[in-house]
Design a binder for this molecule. Structure first.
Ligand SMILES: Cc1ncc(COP(=O)(O)O)c(C=O)c1O
Length: 404
């Protein structure tokens, strides 16, 4: 069977009003388009069922509280958490990592302790640790990549020492699509007594995840990359870790009892959700989770892997195109066209109604490693099919003609 024969559209494009006929949207790694069930859930939540959560004594608020907590259970189910109390709602992966850095890191790490990151991390898995370094004096080490752009776990094994208290790595690179062997990363981190935080922003929309089976300690993701709304995401952490973490923001909801002399905290996860939460975001995310689960994450993964194979095959046969990253990746392909700035590639593709991302993708240290200021990136979602890859390749041929 050829690669092309394997790539069958999932036939869901009609669910996405933001994808008009003839527009190839290849920027799902930045943010995914929203299917109708998510838009409907958001409309209903702000419309006929709207009320606050956790406080109201009236029926509407009690119903909304049930819906909000059902969304938490859906998140727990999606990532294989042992229970819904291991799920903290946050604004997104960025906020989740900042929460762990400030609360867990601020409490458990001190000068002389070390954190291991990798060269392919998104800025949101670099900068929060640098802020923590300024506060506490922890040291940051950076794990190199293999030739083909995967996190080099053999190198990590050589670098890790008992001084390492945390390893924080991307499950799927937002630039290269490379997939981390999380189970091995867990083993290496735990062997030296470190915790493992996994940035699952690009993994959760693309492959089945089971944090309990993987054995990691923290896992984070954003709703908007999973076909859900912006402004909502999850921190998953093992219950015993959350229990031992102090709040990172103060306000309503996160307390047990407040007096001017002393305030006590609510148990997790509400301890970490100060203020009125993004109620509607949580309900929209629940609809998104139901949506991807109905398609099946195994199917989504296979579908996107086939699109990546088709794209790498076709782009790789053009001799002025340089492909980055491993042969097998999760839904994301980065490339460069010799002598053409990725922004020009993106602009010319846009004229042909193909939307890609061009830039450093919030991964400047990775750009430095690749020796380029930027890449062009095509990333796939459930609505893409082989025709979108053909249009991408046609567009690149046009770029080559224009630039001679
Ligand atoms: C791998 C990775 N981590 C973290 C983030 C940050 O996500 P957000 O901006 O939704 O917080 C992104 C977003 O592009 C990402 O791709």
């Amino acid at each position: 069977m050829t690669v092309l024969e394997q790539v069958r559209p999932l036939d869901v494009v009609a669910d996405f009003p933001a994808i008009p006929e003839g527009w190839a949207y290849l920027d799902t790694a930045a943010t995914a388009q929203k299917p109708r069930p998510v838009l409907d859930a958001i409309g209903r939540a702000y419309g006929e069922t709207y009320a606050t959560v956790h406080r109201g004594v009236y029926q509407r608020s009690a119903d909304m509280t049930l819906a909000y907590e059902a969304a938490r259970r859906a998140c727990a189910r999606l990532v294989g958490a042992a229970g819904a109390d291991e799920i903290v709602f946050v604004r997104g992966a960025t906020e989740a990592i900042n929460l762990v850095a400030q609360s867990w890191g601020g409490t458990h790490l001190r000068a002389g302790d070390r954190i291991l990151l990798s060269r392919l991390e998104h800025h949101s898995n670099i900068v929060p640790w640098q802020l923590l370094r300024e506060r506490t004096g922890v040291e940051i080490d950076v794990c190199p990549l293999t030739e083909d752009g995967c996190i080099d776990l053999d190198a990590a094994e050589r670098m890790l020492t008992p001084a390492h208290k945390l390893v924080a790595l991307s499950h799927v690179s937002n630039v290269l699509g490379s997939v981390l062997d999380v189970a091995r990363a867990v083993e290496l981190a735990h062997d030296v007594g470190a915790k493992l935080l996994v940035d699952g922003c690009q993994a959760v929309p693309r492959l089945p995840v089971d944090v309990t089976a993987l054995g990691c300690d923290f896992y984070v993701f954003s709703g908007h990359k999973l076909y859900g709304p912006t402004g909502i995401g999850c921190l998953w952490a093992r219950a015993d870790l959350l229990e031992a973490m102090p709040p990172w923001q103060g306000g309503g909801s996160m307390i047990d009892r407040v007096t001017f002399e002393r305030t006590t905290w609510a148990p997790p996860p509400t301890r970490f959700e100060a203020g009125t939460p993004h109620i509607v975001g949580a309900l929209g995310l629940h609809a998104a989770i139901d949506y991807v689960e109905a398609i099946g994450l195994d199917r989504i993964h296979a579908h996107e892997a086939a699109l990546v194979a088709q794209a790498r095959d076709a782009l790789g046969s053009l001799n002025s195109v340089r492909l980055f990253g491993p042969e097998v990746s999760a839904g994301i392909v980065s490339f460069a066209v010799e002598g053409v700035h990725p922004h020009d590639v993106g602009t010319i593709l846009d004229e042909g109604r193909v939307a890609i991302r061009a830039g450093h993708h919030c991964a400047q240290p990775l750009m430095e490693t690749l020796g380029v200021p930027a890449t062009a990136r095509a990333s796939f979602g459930v609505y893409n099919g082989p025709g979108d890859v053909d249009r991408l390749v046609d567009g690149i041929e046009r770029v080559r003609r224009i630039f001679g």
